[in-house]
Design a binder for this molecule. Structure first.
Ligand SMILES: *[C@@H]1O[C@H](CO)[C@@H](O)[C@H](O)[C@H]1NC(C)=O
Ligand SMILES: *[C@@H]1O[C@H](CO)[C@@H](O)[C@H](O)[C@H]1NC(C)=O
Ligand SMILES: *[C@@H]1O[C@H](CO)[C@@H](O)[C@H](O)[C@H]1NC(C)=O
Ligand SMILES: *[C@@H]1O[C@H](CO)[C@@H](O)[C@H](O)[C@H]1NC(C)=O
Ligand SMILES: *[C@@H]1O[C@H](CO)[C@@H](O)[C@H](O)[C@H]1NC(C)=O
Ligand SMILES: *[C@@H]1O[C@H](CO)[C@@H](O)[C@H](O)[C@H]1NC(C)=O
Length: 259
């Protein structure tokens, strides 16, 4: 024991003397690159779809960090893989991993939960777990995201209908069991909408005339994209480094003030 300790002290001294401080280390930090996998609540604004992805990529990242949105309307954890989207996400990881620190956000649940999809909660969990494993194998870092609230209210005073609670819990359970990063967008978006109420929440709807409180317009994307960013910044310093703050918007989000 004594000899080992002495040897180890000597080797650390030798290292300290022989190895110069990595002065250029910061030049080797690879910029973050975000690949977004999910359904329409992640997707670009389009007819019948629109999520937080565009606002997140456009407004919250500090150059040269960037990313690409693979959110796809109507997709489930099954059809995202079967339809080829997941293959494209993994290709994107492969092609960026040498030059970037690649993060893959994974957010599903809105379509998986529809009875017609016939996907049990156990299958949903297993599919999320396989996504996590695939991203790691491809050389990226998965970030599970619990599903964005649908912004539907009920009761008096009006409160958000928490119709994605099972999917939220399952997503967190998968993240914890695989020691994966995750952010609880479901909780944060639910809390924010409860704080600002139905009228202020309505402003973020994709289509003013359709009674569609699920999809986001451009401004909704900016606001909920900031929520996703703030959740990551709170937990992960390496992501915070690649983030551009908006103190005004973050203050409003933190204090339940309509943005
Ligand atoms: C639903 O999925 C289960 C399990 O995969 C299968 O046994 C069943 O036939 C499916 N039901 C329908 C209506 O597709
Ligand atoms: C989700 O998990 C929390 C605590 O982990 C529990 O209190 C709650 O009942 C769960 N909800 C559902 C829908 O499973
Ligand atoms: C908005 O919703 C209305 C009513 O459902 C529909 O007629 C219209 O085509 C939608 N507009 C867009 C741009 O999707
Ligand atoms: C939208 O739909 C919900 C539930 O289907 C209903 O309670 C609400 O009154 C509708 N709102 C408008 C403005 O049509
Ligand atoms: C994000 O940027 C793209 C490309 O400039 C633009 O088409 C889109 O409208 C922007 N969306 C949001 C929500 O900022
Ligand atoms: C911060 O967010 C607010 C609210 O969305 C917006 O008006 C403002 O332009 C943003 N500031 C910056 C520097 O992007």
């Amino acid at each position: 024991m004594k000899l080992n300790a002495a040897f180890s002290l000597l080797s650390s001294l030798a290292c300290a003397l022989a190895v110069p401080a990595p002065r250029t280390a910061k030049h080797h930090v690879k910029p973050a690159y975000f690949v977004l996998a999910g359904d329409s609540t992640t997707a670009l604004q389009n007819s019948g779809g629109g999520g937080w992805g565009a606002g997140f990529l456009n407004d919250t990242l500090r150059s040269p960090a960037s990313g690409k949105n693979y959110g796809h309307n109507g997709r489930t954890t099954v059809s995202f893989r079967a339809g080829g989207d997941w293959g494209e996400v993994l290709d994107e990881v492969e092609s960026h991993k040498n030059s970037n620190e690649v993060f893959v956000t994974i957010q599903f649940g809105h379509n998986d939960q529809k009875p017609a999809a016939n996907i049990s909660l156990a299958e949903y969990s297993a599919n999320l777990a396989q996504f996590v494993t695939d991203v790691r194998t491809a050389g990226g870092q998965p970030i599970l995201v619990t599903p964005l609230t649908r912004r539907a209210f009920s009761g008096n005073p009006p409160r958000i209908v928490e119709n994605l609670a099972d999917q939220r819990n399952a997503t967190i359970a998968v993240a914890q069991s695989l020691h994966s990063r995750y952010v609880d967008l479901n909780l944060a978006s639910t809390n924010y909408c409860n704080a600002i109420g139905p009228a202020a929440s309505w402003v973020y709807n994709l289509n003013d005339t359709a009674n569609d409180t699920t999809h986001l317009n451009d401004y909704g994307s900016v606001v909920f994209g900031r929520i996703v960013s703030d959740l990551m910044v709170e937990k992960y310093d390496d992501i915070k480094f690649w983030t551009k703050p908006n103190a005004t918007l973050t203050y409003e989000l933190d204090h339940g003030i309509p943005a």
